[in-house]
Design a protein around this ligand. Structure first.
Ligand SMILES: NC(=O)c1ccc[n+]([C@@H]2O[C@H](COP(=O)([O-])OP(=O)(O)OC[C@H]3O[C@@H](n4cnc5c(N)ncnc54)[C@H](OP(=O)(O)O)[C@@H]3O)[C@@H](O)[C@H]2O)c1
Length: 338
């Protein structure tokens, strides 16, 4: 039998387990061109909340009765697909269930996990989260040693990796976070130069003190009021990396735009959005750079792990409440046999 969560109620305010319904149903049959996986690790991502919202995209209904999608690291157990064989470990778009039938396509196409890496790394620091951090920093941010790097959501999945990579590259790193636990981890363990708690501190004032010569790169994972503050402090030739807008995912209010875009003109600045999926074909570059760093301990895979499929809704709720430190993951437990 396949244990699954189904969407029971559209999102209205705070997400909780009540938005989902637990079921068991037969393992789905395999069609030509598909492979069947047993899901081993689920990546928990803020955009999963968007699926539960009625009217997003406009006019659509929340997909009641569907199993929520999830990026996952999974083991192929049966295959009628030319590229995936039983025993392969894949990273791809699966769902909150024990077994998923996939054809390997989707917004984030499936790929084989590099040989010999722990599955928790494959789901997080070497999953889409790590690709976003790595290519956001290097390709979009064009990071250079000695520059000043400011990042929002610095204690989360993408943020914890991008902050460390920037520090390893010799940048000065200032992370904006939402809790003392994240501040502590960022400065004491990730080696950031400073952390600003946006819930308790004056972000603009602290940035003035910490970046008297301005910001070279602002890596934005949350959107909202921090963006205009950072824009106003961008140095000549500065870059804004638009990675995500977590602060807007649960909000029905229209997102306020930055009122000071003129600053990009004044400092010859550049603001660029990007999608991690675009870099999946180049993932080996990131793996070759990051695996040795991980193995040597210079790059730490900071993870917040919940155990068991039952925990998936709670893990997503934790993430949206900012309770995770590092990458939020769910390690799957044993499915039923028979
Ligand atoms: N471009 C892409 O292809 C791509 C791919 C993957 C992820 N992303 C985006 O990257 C961002 C980070 O993803 P992640 O998986 O690493 O998640 P994460 O940062 O681990 O978790 C989300 C964090 O956002 C913060 N947050 C929540 N509500 C907030 C609010 N109202 N205002 C400010 N901060 C808030 C919380 O941290 P605090 O405690 O600090 O508030 C929370 O821990 C997301 O926006 C995600 O959609 C983009």
């Amino acid at each position: 039998m396949n244990r699954r969560w189904l969407i029971a109620k559209p999102l209205d305010g705070r997400l909780s387990e009540a938005n989902f319904r637990w079921t068991e149903s037969p393992v789905p049959p395999l069609a030509d061109g598909q492979f069947l996986v047993r899901n081993r690790w689920l990546s928990v991502d803020p955009t999963q909340a968007l699926v539960l919202r009625a009217g997003d995209p406009p006019g659509s209904k929340a997909p009641i009765g569907e199993c929520p999608w999830s990026l996952a690291v999974s083991e192929v157990i049966e295959s009628r697909h030319p590229e995936f064989s039983p025993g392969n470990l894949v990273h791809g778009e699966m769902a909150w269930e024990d077994y998923t039938c996939s054809d390997g396509t989707g917004f984030n196409p499936a790929y084989r996990v590099p040989d010999g890496v722990p599955l928790n790394w494959a789901a997080g620091v070497l999953g889409l989260t790590g690709l976003v951090a790595y290519f956001g920093l290097h390709e979009v941010g064009r990071a250079k040693s000695g520059e000043t790097f400011v990042i929002s959501g610095a204690g989360g999945g993408v943020g914890s990796i991008a902050s460390q990579l920037a520090k390893i590259e010799g940048l000065r790193v200032i992370g904006i976070v939402g809790s003392p636990a994240k501040s502590d981890w960022l400065v004491r363990e990730a080696g950031a130069d400073a952390a600003i708690n946006y819930r308790t501190e004056d972000v603009a004032g602290r940035l003035n003190d910490l970046c008297p010569d301005g910001i070279d790169i602002f890596f934005d994972t949350v959107g909202g009021p921090t963006l205009p503050i950072a824009l106003g402090r961008l140095r000549n030739g500065g870059r804004v990396v638009l990675c995500g807008i977590t602060s807007q995912y649960l909000s029905d209010a229209p997102a306020p735009g930055p009122s000071n875009l003129v600053q990009l003109i004044m400092v010859h600045g550049r603001m660029e959005g990007f999608l991690g999926r675009d870099f999946i074909p180049r993932r080996t570059e990131a793996f070759e750079a990051m695996v040795p760093l991980l193995r040597s301990g210079r790059l730490k895979s900071k993870e917040d792990v919940r155990t068991g499929l039952r925990e998936a809704p709670n893990a997503l709720a934790r993430l949206l409440a900012g309770e995770n430190v590092g990458k939020q993951l769910v390690q799957m437990d044993e499915p039923h046999v028979g």
